[in-house]
Design a protein around this ligand. Structure first.
Ligand code: CO
Length: 172
């Protein structure tokens, strides 16, 4: 296991396309564990492999990431996740480990059905609502090179991206 580096906006790697996982081996299990560890260390509830520079369709989610007691955590690994159905709309505040110093209100589907594979390659299906639904939509966007700030109204989006780009330059 290793702690991975998280790339942040406007790093071009976050805009890349990612490849489906076809080999379900020990390396995949280790990568998923490293992603979970990295996410816990950064106090996030979701992380996509692309955020750590790995261009594969892997995401990890744990809505109980903030639990001090490790036994109360609920780690999930989704390989090749795909939204097959969406229901309703909901608006909530989102943030992202790759978008530092900005949170914003984003509209998403309220409920989704996701098909994916577990770390051994077994096909799975999940009906997700509330936080899990929002988190999965956010992370699956990452796999397609999309960030949550891309969903902001255009003017606001331009303003936020300009400010974040300036901030990133200042930190170089
Ligand atoms: Co994110």
């Amino acid at each position: 296991m290793a702690i991975l580096e998280i790339y942040t906006f406007p790093d071009p790697i976050l805009r890349k396309q990612t490849k489906a996982v076809t080999v379900f081996d020990h390396e995949l299990a280790v990568t998923s564990q490293s992603m979970l560890e990295t996410m816990y260390l950064s106090s996030g509830i979701g992380l996509a492999a692309i955020q750590t520079g790995i261009l594969k369709r892997i995401i990890v989610v744990d809505l109980k990431s903030g639990e001090e007691d490790v036994n109360l955590r609920e780690p999930h690994v989704f390989i090749n996740p795909k939204i097959v159905k969406k229901f309703g709309t909901t608006v909530s505040e989102e943030g992202c480990l790759s978008v530092i110093e900005f949170r914003g209100e984003i509209e998403r589907a309220e409920k989704i059905i996701v098909e994916y594979q577990d770390v051994t390659g077994q096909p799975k299906k999940m009906e997700a609502e509330e936080m899990m639904s929002i988190c999965l939509q956010h992370e699956i966007d990452h796999l397609n090179g999309v960030l949550f700030i891309d969903h902001l109204p255009l003017l606001k989006q331009k303003m936020v991206k300009k400010r974040l780009t300036k901030l990133a330059k200042a930190e170089e």
